[in-house]
Write a protein that binds this ligand. Structure first.
Ligand code: RUQ
Ligand code: CUA
Length: 651
């Protein structure tokens, strides 16, 4: 451990020397402010400057952090069941995880993206993709709860997702793995020419965020890895990196790395949209779930959709072009002006920067270099704006600071490299610990980045923290980028595997963060709005408990007349109307998780009693000095019993 401290100290000294030698641009590089600890320190009781929403990778969720403190505020359950709140366990939220494959209680979440208006963050919603069972989720940035999940048919490994257009017209989802479309029984080695890659455009209703899968472009069977929207001058276009243009289906690490160049696919979605509005496209049978959570009934519903509109790119001339891009590109990033499209060939050292203006000129001049499945390929030299001779290895992702600089991560050489847009010169490089994947600057994927910090999200942790067995949480580092040189100011563990993240100034979200649900707006069909209406009703072998909670009791708290073989529904309404006073509910032997019921909310927990006896339930959240008294009993009689239902409180 001492050794590492020593190295860190050395690095600190190096940074200090570097910043001393660079007095050009003043204040933030001065000797006093070079105290890294001070820059990351947010005093107890003080609030952070930014929210950072990190994808949870194989946790399926999103975690919320503060910047620059690196403090974790919340885990928002999205694609995974979450016993901490009862998400995916309560009757109300189970439909959120419904899919055409049935109930899928997990996913792999990669790329959060915050809604935008005119290319700038607007803080209404955050979207994220489920990679494994293709889905897109919309999370409210006032309740910080998942409100909607839509499944994507004809997709597999939903990875070039979920990125949004400049005015949140669409959230875009692309398939990483091409598959037979429609799915069918066929030999795998007949992949080439037969499998397809679907790029899906999901509209977002401006008033309430509702998602609708408008159309799917049926592209050649490549792997569509990442994507980003055009903005400003390139608004109306969307760019996707591809790899495996070889269309290999086995030993991919060799066979899909044969071509010197793969493509960035440039999609003029406005053209496709117009084509579709004029009746273009083919309706194809499909099956995909659309799940919506209603804030007033506190309940989700799942609807199975039956059709999807597919578009053959060859039917929309001028809508799709390929830009040759070296060496199996991964990241596909667009600068804040919309002029530069950066493709990071993960097997190369150099970054390829394409020019939007040059692309348009080449298209207008009809200067093509052949075609792939009928889609015109532009000439590499005609669209190239420049090459960044990075000196690093394994470039992955790029973000922007809004001051004319770009920052690219290098997985193999474990570093972030800062370079200048337009001159392509490398300005600075800082080590990451270790093997960095994505990086994030708040607003770094918009027309208006807030270029004060960059967060590097690493794949390998190794010796950064105390060992905790073979598996470590992934590490992240925060760098201050307000000066000429990046300065490492903090290092913190994350949860799951944060692929991408999205950040936003705290003052855009904090004032509108919801504090309670209003009881008088509760439209849950099983809500108890007045404790006097609390009751227990039998309906065949179903028992419905209409229960209310307030510090510090359940109403009712003694229930008799329940029998073995019954199915007992506890519908629990929290009557608190104070910020941060949830009550919990847990029943002994229940085959599900506890529930955490927010003030004004109703949630339902199911219990199927298996044994005769008197069984307790209790509140799981320490809600008051008398929280330990917040408990009750259910008497369970034999299946043959004819004891009638009765219930009480205080007698
Ligand atoms: S990935 S580390 Cu976005 Cu899933 Cu690049
Ligand atoms: Cu309610 Cu503890």
């Amino acid at each position: 451990m001492k050794k590492y401290k020593f190295i860190v100290t050395l690095l600190g000294i190096t940074a200090l020397i570097a910043s001393c030698g660079n007095q050009g641009n003043g204040s933030s590089n001065g000797a006093l402010s070079s105290s890294a600890a001070e820059k990351a320190y947010v005093a107890p009781g003080e609030h952070d400057e930014f929210y950072a929403f990190m994808s949870g990778g194989y946790s399926g969720n999103i975690t919320v952090y503060g910047l620059p403190s690196g403090r974790m505020f919340k885990e928002i359950p999205v694609f995974s069941q979450f016993p901490t709140s009862g998400y995916g366990y309560s009757e109300e939220t189970k439909p959120m995880l419904n899919t055409s494959f049935g109930f899928v209680p997990w996913d792999d979440s990669h790329h959060p993206d915050i809604s935008q208006t005119k290319g700038e963050l607007d803080g209404r919603w955050i979207f994220i993709n489920g990679n494994n069972t293709p889905r897109i989720a919309r999370v409210s940035l006032s309740t910080f709860e998942t409100e909607e999940i839509i499944e994507i048919p004809n997709s597999a490994g939903n990875h070039s997702s979920s990125f949004i257009t400049e005015n949140t017209e669409y959230v875009v989802a692309g398939t990483r793995f091409s598959v037979p479309v429609p799915q069918r029984d066929m030999p795998i080695n007949e992949y080439k020419g037969n499998f397809k890659g679907s790029l899906s455009f999901i509209s977002v209703a401006p008033e309430n965020g509702r998602l609708n899968l408008e159309f799917q472009l049926t592209m050649p069977g490549f792997n569509y890895d990442l994507s980003h929207p055009g903005r400003g001058k390139s608004h109306g276009w969307f760019f996707f990196t591809t790899y495996n243009t070889e269309e290999a289906n086995s030993l991919m690490e060799v066979n899909s790395s044969q071509n010197d160049k793969d493509f960035i696919a440039a999609i003029n979605w406005k053209k496709v949209e117009e084509y579709v509005k004029n009746g273009g496209g083919t309706l194809m049978p499909a099956e995909y779930a659309h799940n919506v959570y209603d804030e007033h009934t506190h309940t989700a519903t799942s609807t199975m959709k039956k059709e999807v509109l597919t578009v053959n790119p060859l039917d929309v001339p001028g809508a799709v072009y390929f830009l040759p891009t070296p060496k199996s590109p991964h990241g596909c990033d667009v600068d804040p002006s919309g002029q530069y499209i950066i493709g990071n060939g993960k097997l190369s050292a150099d970054l390829t920067v394409h020019s939007f203006d040059k692309m348009i000129a080449a298209i207008e001049g009809k200067k093509f270099d052949g075609e792939a499945y009928g889609i015109p390929i532009l000439k590499f030299e005609d669209v190239l704006a420049g090459v960044v001779k990075s000196g690093g290895l394994g470039p992955l992702h790029t973000e922007f600071d809004g001051k004319g600089n770009a920052y690219t991560t290098f997985f193999i050489s474990s570093e972030v490299v800062k370079w200048k847009l337009g001159t392509w010169e490398v300005l600075d490089r800082q080590a990451t610990f270790y093997s960095v994947g994505h990086l994030m600057i708040p607003g770094g994927n918009s027309a208006k980045p807030f270029g004060k910090y960059v967060v590097a999200m690493n794949k390998i942790t190794k010796d950064r923290y105390l060992p905790v067995g073979p598996e470590m949480e992934h590490s992240a580092q925060i760098y201050d980028i307000s000066g000429d040189k990046m300065e490492l100011i903090y290092d913190f563990p994350t949860h799951g595997e944060p692929h991408y993240a999205a950040g936003i100034p705290a003052d855009m979200l904090a004032p509108k963060s919801k504090k309670i649900y209003r009881l008088d707006e509760n439209k849950h069909p099983y809500a108890v709005l007045n404790p006097a209406d609390a009751r227990v009703e039998r309906d065949g072998n179903e028992v419905h408990v209409y229960m209310s909670t307030i510090r510090s009791h359940f109403t009712p708290d003694n229930i008799e007349g329940v029998k073995v073989g019954d199915k007992v529904y506890f519908h629990i309404t929290n009557h608190e109307q104070d910020f941060d006073v949830p009550h919990g509910f847990a029943m002994i032997g229940q085959n599900t998780s506890e529930l955490l019921v927010m003030p004004g909310q109703t949630k339902t927990s199911v219990w199927e009693p298996k044994k005769v006896g008197v069984w307790p339930f209790y509140c799981t959240d320490f809600c008051s000095a008398l929280h330990q008294e917040m408990q009750g009993y259910v008497r369970v009689s034999p299946a043959s019993s004819d004891l009638p239902i009765s219930f009480s409180l205080g007698d």
